[in-house]
Design a binder for this molecule. Structure first.
Ligand code: F6P
Length: 549
């Protein structure tokens, strides 16, 4: 992995000039001067079952060519090899980054410190397979002999968001088990689980890579106390409590039986961990075969990322386009718009993957950064989004690149709902790009051509257009396709991190708040009068003390 300031590369300097040349060119003109623009800027994956259209971006062949030079200059090819080969690329935590090994479908060994880690990976996968089979089939029973009906995953961040998003996305593949996610320390959320009041038919998966996270351990302890009060026998815990962790001794100390521990490894980043035992709740809900299809989709994207030349490499191209807007147009945010209800948690999931990975301001040399790193990610399902924030995207002062994602085949075909849904998808990408413009353009029917006049009200109805978007269109979003989609974004984030010259796989920025909260917690508990914080924080606490119970 190279340590190169991207702004000092030759291509960055040329990109700056190129930006000045094309910043005012409209997508209308780009499409008009290249009749093959869609063909030239779109790609198929997975035997033509996925289409990725990047043509509605403010780019030309030259833009892509220069951005590709940039990835060569920063040594992306070598960095990809380094990740797949288990080099210690997470330097600040002194670890390799090997979530790709978790979905390795080939017989190629993955060697780490002279050992092939694939046998460990397969043995945990097998343990997950057997356990999920037993629970789903009813072989595994609760303490009173009843079948398991509920699964509660207790975890936060990467030990929550990925599995929760996948379960929702693959709702149509969920079996009879009800899966719940307890993440927040807020007792309101804990209460939602306690009030299930069905401990004889519920298993709890305590999912924490470190087994040190305050929220997860507190929630797990509270639930275990309630369980114990209800069932009155500590031995019954064995039938109901499981741990998913890299900290085996932590889980044992907590009271989890050795056989009930599903192992993961320090080379799996939390936000890249749904492919590991952290995905146990997914496997319980959709079964081993579907979980394996998810892995296969991700593996195929891994191979695409690793082996495809960069000019056709989808994660690389999407990463470059993101950097183009982020660092040259100064777009601070990107919006993710799934036109597929079951992907409603996808934007939230990508938020953590991208923002925790690339929200950094010190480069790999240890120097303060003066270029833009990770964008702010946000989003909502279409068409709901159209009726809330699309106004700003269409007519606001900010340039917000959009990712539109959809599945052509829906799980439920009811009347014309999905045709309406997809027409909205297509309409929005078109309206954003071409606007309602005073110029005569070929893309509208003659009736629709607007002739601009100086009428006052018309100014408010004018759409400038030139708003960029990517479209990712699946024949059908199934477990395989979802695996492919998630891995696509993972590699996009990786590529951007390499170009930003940052370490994408640590997250030191979340630590300070944890330390202060621990200190404050003990002061609040012991009602200490001298808090020693700033006047604002002290004032907030004084007010809290007025009403606390
Ligand atoms: O606080 C951030 C974080 O460390 C995430 O990176 C991680 O996914 C989450 O907390 C949970 O950590 P753990 O799985 O160790 O409980």
């Amino acid at each position: 992995m190279k340590y190169i300031n991207p702004t000092q590369t030759a291509s960055w300097k040329v990109l700056k000039n190129h930006f000045d040349e094309i910043k005012n060119i409209h997508l209308v003109d780009l499409f008009q001067c290249d009749k093959n623009r869609f063909k030239n800027f779109s790609f198929f994956l997975h035997n033509k079952q996925v289409l990725i259209d990047i043509s509605k971006n403010r780019i030309t062949d030259k833009t892509i060519q220069l951005l590709l030079q940039l990835v060569h200059e920063v040594g992306l090819k070598q960095s990809i090899q380094d990740m797949f080969n288990g080099e210690y690329i997470n330097c600040t935590e002194n670890r390799p980054v090997l979530h790709t090994a978790l979905r390795n479908q080939s017989n190629t060994p993955v060697i780490l410190n002279n050992i092939d880690i694939m046998s460990d990976i397969r043995s945990v996968l097998n343990k997950m397979k057997n356990f999920s089979h037993d629970v789903i089939s009813g072989l595994w029973r609760g303490y009173s002999g009843k079948r398991i009906k509920n699964v509660v995953n207790i975890g936060i961040g990467g030990s929550d968001l990925g599995p929760k998003m996948v379960i929702q996305a693959l709702k149509e593949y969920n079996n009879h088990l009800n899966v719940f996610y307890l993440s927040n320390i807020d007792s309101t959320e804990v209460w939602d689980i306690i009030k299930l009041n069905n401990f004889e038919s519920t298993i709890f998966l305590i999912s924490s890579k470190t087994f040190k996270t305050q929220e997860t351990l507190t929630n797990a302890r509270t639930i275990q106390d309630f369980f114990f009060k209800k069932v009155g026998n500590y031995d019954f815990i064995e039938k109901h409590f499981f741990a998913i962790t890299a900290n085996i001794s932590g889980a044992l100390e907590f009271g989890i039986k050795p056989n009930n521990i599903f192992r993961l490894w320090d080379w799996v980043g939390g936000r890249y961990s749904l492919w590991s035992a952290v995905g146990l709740s997914i496997m319980l809900s959709i079964g081993y075969d579907n979980f394996n299809r998810l892995l296969c989709g991700a593996y195929d994207m891994d191979m695409h990322f690793k082996n495809t030349s960069f000019e056709k490499n989808i994660p690389v191209l999407l990463a470059l386009i993101g950097i183009w807007y982020n660092n040259f147009f100064y777009s601070d945010t990107e919006v993710i718009l799934p036109y597929y209800q079951n992907l409603c948690k996808f934007p939230q999931y990508i938020q953590q993957s991208s923002m925790e990975s690339n929200g950094k301001s010190i480069d790999r040399n240890g120097d303060k950064i003066d270029w833009q790193t990770g964008p702010i990610l946000w989003g909502e399902v279409g068409t709901n989004a159209q009726h809330s924030f699309f106004q700003l995207i269409h007519q606001g002062t900010k340039l917000i690149p959009c990712d539109f994602i959809a599945s052509i085949i829906s799980d439920h075909s009811i009347n014309n709902h999905n045709t309406i849904l997809l027409s909205n998808f297509f309409a929005q990408t078109h309206a954003l790009a071409f606007g309602k413009h005073f110029k005569k353009i070929n893309f509208f029917s003659s009736n629709d051509i607007q002739v601009y006049n100086n009428n006052y009200i018309d100014k408010f109805k004018n759409f400038d257009g030139n708003k960029p978007s990517n479209s990712i269109l699946f024949k059908k979003i199934d477990p395989y396709a979802l695996g492919l989609l998630i891995a696509l974004y993972e590699h996009k984030i990786f590529t951007q991190g390499i170009i930003f010259n940052i370490f994408s796989f640590d997250q030191w920025g979340v630590e300070l708040g944890k330390v202060i909260s621990n200190d404050l917690y003990s002061k609040l508990i012991y009602k200490e009068c001298i808090l020693g914080y700033d006047s604002s924080t002290n004032g907030l606490i004084d007010f809290y003390n007025l009403y606390r119970k």
